[in-house]
Write a protein that binds this ligand. Structure first.
Ligand SMILES: [Cu+2]
Length: 225
């Protein structure tokens, strides 16, 4: 859905979402996106921190998503220009996932299966939310996050109602800039949800990754302590 050209923007996206944060060991999955293909270097990895290196060998801007069952977005990287690479990391629990390349940054993408092996951690069972937070999104701001803070270890069920005229999303990045989770692009009049556990203290960021909404003001921070 995002078609902003420009190296600057790609670099900014990189800085925001932590392109250089892949140094924590664990497997690396190379993903090559062309105009018609999505090549994934290994279809099976061990559970834990996985680094994805997305290379755009096509002629359009591309993005990559990692989906868990039910098309739940685990992580994503967008605005990767032709001939460039981007790195992003996420901790994967055992299970079956799909990697999607989206040349032109639209549609459901070209899907490849990714199996994550190993034993689920005890904490992997979905935690019941400690509380719920309802926010609204419109052009170009969020409402409902003023004064929002979290205690480390808390699980919050976010619900975002889109009161605007354009699609909006709600991405949360941890203190290291890694994606924690997101409410995927949500249509005007619709509500999207995500439940996130804030394990570690720090300053977290939230942004709308649709087009240039972040620059227009759809961003902010909150503290986990
Ligand atoms: Cu937006």
């Amino acid at each position: 859905m995002r078609r902003l050209p420009g190296v600057l923007l790609a670099a900014a996206a990189c800085a925001l979402a932590g392109c250089s944060s892949g140094g924590g060991g664990g497997p690396t999955v190379d993903v090559v996106s062309t105009n018609t293909e999505c090549r994934v270097s290994n279809p099976m990895v061990k559970a834990g921190k996985t680094t994805f290196v997305l290379e755009n060998n096509g002629s359009k801007f591309t993005e990559a998503y990692v989906y868990a069952a039910g098309d739940r977005v685990v992580t994503e990287r967008e605005n990767v220009g032709p001939g460039t690479k981007a790195k992003f990391s996420v901790t994967l629990e055992p299970g079956t996932y799909e990697v999607a390349c989206k040349p032109g940054q639209t549609g459901s993408g070209i899907r490849r299966r990714l199996v994550v092996t190993g034993t689920a951690k005890k904490s992997a069972a979905p935690k019941a939310p400690d509380r719920a937070l309802t926010i609204t999104a419109k052009e170009y701001s969020y409402d409902g996050l003023n004064g929002f803070t979290v205690k480390a270890g808390e699980t919050v069920a976010f619900s975002m109602h889109n009161e605007g005229a354009k699609e909006h999303e709600f991405e949360v990045l941890n203190a290291k800039g890694d994606a924690l989770g997101e409410i995927a692009p949500t249509k005007p009049g619709s509500t999207g949800t995500v439940t996130l556990t804030f394990a570690k203290p720090g300053t977290y960021r939230y942004v709308c990754g649709v087009e240039d909404h972040e620059q227009r003001g759809m961003k902010g921070t909150f503290t986990v302590s």
